[in-house]
Design a protein around this ligand. Structure first.
Ligand SMILES: [Ca+2]
Length: 362
């Protein structure tokens, strides 16, 4: 009996406990499903189950309109008041012109040495910029000993002054008249590359001195005749259409002041058609020669260009050479003729003045 009672009480107690629990659960709110994490929304559904992609439209963040940043006005850098370099004053400068030295190279090497020393001594006082030679440097260009004699002159200034020669008929072997030996002379190697025709038969150089430019066109004996040579000469004038030009050649003017018939082509092809040619220097004939010839460049029937043509070759007398002093401001050329060892210039010979000034020279 006591055991039955104890079992009954135990059952009642359990029933009560269970009944209380059920009522309590009914009063509580139903548990909410946990909110999925955002990442689960974003994450694409497994491929097969996905119907459509969830596209999240980006929310445009309005860009705040900012007042324009004022650009600082740059402080102007003061231009340094540099001291202007003084405009160089065009100073007269000198060019030495040596005519035929063939007799000296043959017989008087000591005079060639004296001539070289004289040129070197005048270099600074006469503001010398170049030494020209109008040909017949030696008596026979195929005799090495004569070139060695001329070296006695050249050695005195070859490192200080450029030497611009043309070949005369004697430099080509007189009767042979071939350029081989002449073109082997080392002084031709110093001519500016790209400005030389066939090793030195012709070439051009530009003298830039005293604020001006002068074109020197050198045309050796019998050169400048063929179509190819003439075409080369034309390219030089095309390159320097406005530069005053000095034509350097050997045989051109007779003592009587006329142009040799054999040299007429030089006038026809070079002097007459090119308005920049203002001076022709030559040797070959004897004593001295001077011809001023005028050309009509614009075809209006009136000549407006004067070309001065000078010849010098006082062989048989005391050798003489010239210094041409070019005045860039006056545009004149002062011509002085000197004998070796005499400081005073020679004034005149039988036919022509030897020292004079060419006005309106370029
Ligand atoms: Ca005219």
């Amino acid at each position: 009996m006591r055991n039955k009672l104890r079992g009954l009480c135990l059952l009642l107690a359990v029933g009560f406990l269970l009944g209380c629990g059920g009522a309590d659960a009914a009063n509580r709110p139903a548990p909410t499903e946990p909110a999925p994490a955002v990442s689960e929304i974003d994450a694409p559904a497994p491929t097969e189950e996905r119907v459509e992609e969830v596209v999240i439209e980006p929310v445009e963040t309005p860009v705040p309109t900012l007042p324009p940043t004022p650009v600082p006005t740059p402080t102007p850098t003061p231009t340094p008041t540099s001291t202007p370099s003084p405009t160089p004053v065009p100073t007269p400068f000198g060019i030495v012109w040596l005519p035929d030295t063939q007799g000296l190279a043959y017989s008087y090497p000591d005079k060639l040495e004296a001539l070289g020393a004289e040129i070197a001594a005048r270099r600074e006082t006469d503001r010398l910029t170049a030494v020209l030679h109008t040909g017949d440097i030696v008596d026979n260009g195929y005799k090495d000993w004569q070139w060695e004699n001329f070296d006695l002159c050249l050695n005195a200034f070859r490192d200080d002054l450029p030497f611009y020669p043309v070949a005369g008929n004697h430099d080509l072997g007189v009767k042979l008249l071939k350029y081989d030996a002449y073109l082997k002379q080392p002084f031709l190697e110093k001519l500016p590359e790209g400005q030389v025709y066939e090793g030195g038969k012709m070439y051009y150089v530009l003298l830039e001195e005293g604020g001006i430019e002068l074109l020197i066109l050198a045309v050796g004996w019998d050169s400048g005749k063929t179509d190819e040579e003439r075409a080369w000469i034309e390219t030089v004038f095309e390159r320097f259409p406005d530069t005053p030009c000095i034509l350097l050649t050997h045989g051109f003017l007779k003592t009587e002041g006329m142009i040799f018939p054999n040299s007429q082509y030089l006038e026809t092809n070079i002097v007459a058609p090119h308005r920049t040619v203002r001076l022709v220097l030559c040797g070959h004939s004897r004593d001295s020669g001077l011809l001023e010839k005028r050309y009509d460049d614009d075809g209006d029937g009136e000549a407006e260009r004067t070309v001065t043509m000078l010849m010098l070759n006082r062989q048989g007398r005391a050798y003489a050479y010239r210094i041409l002093t070019i005045d860039p401001l006056a545009r004149s050329i002062d011509v002085k003729t000197y004998a070796i060892g005499r400081s005073e210039p020679l004034e005149k010979d039988e036919l022509y003045p030897l020292s004079f000034t060419i006005d309106n020279a370029f």
